[in-house]
Design a protein around this ligand. Structure first.
Ligand SMILES: [Zn+2]
Ligand SMILES: [Zn+2]
Length: 362
């Protein structure tokens, strides 16, 4: 990324922060949070703390960085090194990313490419470029099917929290991540003191990975005389699913149980939930790869992740693109750009190419 492109990106992001800075969600206890940011061109700056929302916003405007982060933990001394911060508790957070959800369409839009010669091919990514031996990287495309799948998993996280953990719906905030997924923040103080292992148990429960094997569940169901949905939690989910689908089902009970689990689990990223010292993208700020906003979602059913979070302008910009696979914004395809060419794109679409270092502003 050359200096001209860095400056252009910074200006595009700053223009949004001047206009949309009011939408940044600082918590009331801002002085107890750790902040961090990544400037365009790289290098994470962490262990920052601000006395007030105004002070934090002023720094965001000044830096207009690629990414802004804030801890879900509260600390006595947020700017000290991790083991001297004095951890006071952290909100429970879940991360859903379309990249982790197995959808068939991925074969069509995910690929690997070589950073050096721009050869590309289907996943799995070879350790090195098969043509020139250069460094290979993965490219994850975005499509409505994947985004809908992520939405389904995020909705199920909320259902697990409400139905199985007794969380009040008003305590759950759902955010679009700014890329291909959702973050759920739980403002319920019962969870705040939980350590990493306890958070991991909740995540594994939602993933359905703490359940007995499906043949054991099927054997238990066969022994029971009752039919219809029974019990609570996963028992109710599985018995309900079996009851609903058993008529005219051709497969075994074990297979039906497996399907019941697979269709009702929420594939949260456990490593995110268990990290109690993490900094998360701050709500209302822009994603460093896409320029889309991490945005609060009021109604997940109605939310369109291809429209609302696209907050950068449509002002056209000329860029020299080395290579970029087909990508999608506002339900519109851009690219693919398979060989070096100069193109004109709306600002909101140009950002993804530039942040990946696969093009420069001309
Ligand atoms: Zn290559
Ligand atoms: Zn897809």
């Amino acid at each position: 990324m050359n200096d001209g492109t860095k400056a252009w990106l910074k200006t595009a992001y700053r223009e949004y922060y001047y206009r949309g800075g009011d939408g940044i969600e600082f918590s009331d206890d801002v002085a107890a949070r750790e902040f961090g940011y990544i400037p365009f061109g790289g290098g994470m700056v962490r262990h920052l703390s601000f006395k007030s929302k105004g002070e934090a916003l002023a720094e965001i405007l000044k830096q207009s960085p690629s990414s802004v982060y804030c801890s879900n933990a509260r600390y006595e001394y947020p700017s000290r090194p991790i083991d001297e911060k004095g951890w006071l508790g952290a909100e429970l957070i879940f991360d859903i990313d379309a990249t982790d959800i197995p959808t068939v369409c991925k074969r069509g839009h995910d690929l690997w490419y070589c950073e050096k010669c721009h050869a590309s091919g289907k996943l799995p990514r070879p350790p090195k470029c098969t043509k020139c031996g250069g460094p290979s990287v993965e490219f994850h495309g975005t499509c409505e099917t994947c985004l809908d799948a992520a939405k389904g998993h995020a909705s199920r996280v909320a259902e697990f929290l409400i139905e199985d953990f007794g969380v009040d719906p008003s305590a759950i905030r759902i955010y679009f991540s700014g890329n291909r997924g959702y973050h759920l923040h739980v403002f319920d103080s019962r969870f705040d003191p939980l350590d990493s292992a306890a958070r991991g148990e909740i995540a594994e429960y939602m993933r359905g990975s703490s359940l007995p094997p499906s043949n054991t569940i099927a054997a238990t169901l066969r022994r029971r005389r009752q039919t219809g949905p029974q019990g609570a939690g996963w028992t109710r989910r599985i018995t309900g699913y079996v009851e609903e689908h058993k008529q005219n089902y051709g497969g075994t009970l074990q297979k039906l149980v497996s399907e019941g689990v697979a269709s009702q689990r929420a594939l949260v990223d456990s490593s995110v939930t268990t990290d109690i010292h993490r900094v998360f993208r701050l709500a209302g700020t822009l994603h460093g790869d896409t320029g889309m906003c991490k945005m609060r979602v009021e109604s997940i059913e109605k939310f369109d992740p291809q429209e609302a979070p696209v907050v950068l302008s449509s002002k056209p910009v000329k860029l020299r693109v080395d290579f970029y696979p087909r990508f999608r914004f506002r339900h519109q395809d851009f690219g693919p750009f398979m060989k070096q060419e100069t193109v004109e794109l709306p600002t909101f679409a140009a950002v993804s190419i530039l942040t990946r270092g696969l093009g420069e502003v001309v």
